[in-house]
Design a protein around this ligand. Structure first.
Ligand code: RBV
Length: 422
């Protein structure tokens, strides 16, 4: 029997429509891998719990894992990213879903616990909240060997697990799927990059001519800077890493400390993975330009100091869907997108299906890999095997009808040799 708690089961027909659209744009996950999974059933007898944004793309992943024989549980990885219609449609298809848009922190963790109560063998996390909860509250699942492997979808989650490993606290084999090339070079750069449009959706502004600050110049934020510039914005990048700062400078952006950007910035968008990118001090808030739009595209809502901004504001007024106008004691107003939660999911529909196809193609193949090799892992971070990363790339090219060259034997020997020189 399907277990679930969703917002409204009657939304299922709209969810089916959304899933239909995603199916056609995700040929690797929805067709090539799924058809093989249907025949070979590599996940038979395995329970998989995903703490992921419950979107149409995640729905495609859930369908493929189920086609492979898995019992699938889903909960949301952010309180504001669940697409309620998709959640309802998935329940109808026999996926166990505990997710609804706008759940409280308490409800968020309740949903995670419902998934862990199902005694999953594989956890697919996005941000590390489910796997950390498993360590804290469900250690029996780890010590008994019920959990055979874990997968992490995003940079922030991988960062948390690397910190756990350093402190000797990581007790499961952890596959940082985010770090595979087929994931971060597409989903992060192109998906989050295109997410700058959520700032346009927010207030329906013209980017051309706007002073736009992009905080960070990693995979996600460099993509955002590129897209903002493409829309005609005057882009300034802020960084703490000297090499990334140089890359941004030589890519033609202004580079400055965040505090210096505040008096001029029309739009500030963060994706650094770090907290308090704008320092949470009243004198710094007072430097922000009147009318500035503040948005975050990083995983957690701590990059823009949301809590402190709310406390400082004399008035908080919802003015459009997912946009609040905050009036400071000085009379200045700023516009906060999606309560500081990842605007690319909250104000938009998440990263487009075309790039999620590779991320979720990897997640599918990694689940199969974990089942096949479960006896060989230790509790540590284990990189995604290069051949799986390459295979997803090859499948994507194949699905797009693109052919590429193959190394001849002579070329193979040349690039793997040292003998030939001047
Ligand atoms: N992300 N998922 C979607 N459409 O389902 N969009 C973005 C979707 C993931 C993405 O892989 C990123 O690493 C993570 O969300 C940030 O939480």
């Amino acid at each position: 029997m399907v277990e679930y708690k969703v917002a409204d089961e009657s939304l299922a027909p709209q969810g089916k429509e959304a899933l239909y659209i995603a199916e056609n744009k995700m040929p690797v996950t929805s067709n090539i891998i799924r058809e093989r999974f249907k025949k070979e059933k590599p996940l038979e007898g395995i329970t998989i719990a995903g703490c992921l944004h419950v979107t149409k793309e995640t729905g495609i992943l859930a369908r493929t894992l189920k086609a492979g024989g898995a019992e699938v549980y889903l909960c949301g990885s952010n309180p504001l990213s669940t697409q309620d219609e998709v959640a309802a449609a998935l329940v109808e298809e026999g996926i166990n879903v505990f997710a609804w848009h706008g759940n409280t922190t308490e409800e968020f963790y309740w949903c995670i616990r419902q998934c862990l109560d199902a005694k999953p063998n594989i956890l697919i996390d996005d941000g590390a909240d489910m796997i950390v909860t498993a360590h804290q509250e469900y250690s029996d699942l780890i010590t008994s060997g019920t959990i055979i492997g874990c997968q992490e979808e995003t940079t922030t989650g991988v960062k948390r697990f690397r910190a756990m490993e350093v402190k000797g606290k990581l007790k499961v084999p952890l596959f940082p799927v985010n770090d595979a090339r087929c994931k971060n070079q597409f989903d992060n750069e192109l998906g989050t990059g295109q997410g700058v449009i959520s700032a346009i959706y927010g207030m329906h502004i013209l980017f051309a001519g706007k002073n736009t600050v992009i905080a960070g110049y990693g995979h996600c934020s460099s993509g955002m800077a590129l897209r903002a510039r493409g829309l005609g914005a005057n882009v300034t990048v802020t960084e703490v890493d000297p090499i990334k700062a140089l890359k941004a400078k030589f890519a033609g952006y202004n580079v400055k400390p965040i505090k210096e950007t505040l008096p001029e910035a029309d739009v500030i968008l963060t994706a650094t993975g770090c907290k308090h990118v704008i320092p949470p001090k009243h004198e710094i808030f007072d430097k922000i330009k009147d009318g500035c739009i503040l948005g975050n595209l990083g995983h957690f809502d701590i990059e823009i100091p949301t809590k402190e901004l709310y406390e400082y504001a004399q008035e908080i007024k919802p003015i459009r869907k997912d946009v609040e106008e905050l009036t400071f004691p000085t009379g200045k107003k700023v516009y906060l997108l999606g309560q500081g939660r990842l605007a690319n999911l909250v104000l938009s529909e998440g990263h487009p299906s075309e790039v999620m196809d590779m991320s979720f193609g990897l997640q599918s193949l990694m689940s199969e890999f974990i089942v096949k090799n479960k006896d060989n892992f230790k509790a540590e971070i284990i990189e995604v095997p290069e051949d799986i990363d390459n295979r997803v790339g090859e499948l994507k090219l194949k699905a797009m009808g693109i052919e590429i060259d193959e190394l001849t034997e002579e070329q193979y020997n040349y690039i793997h040799g040292f003998e030939e020189g001047t």
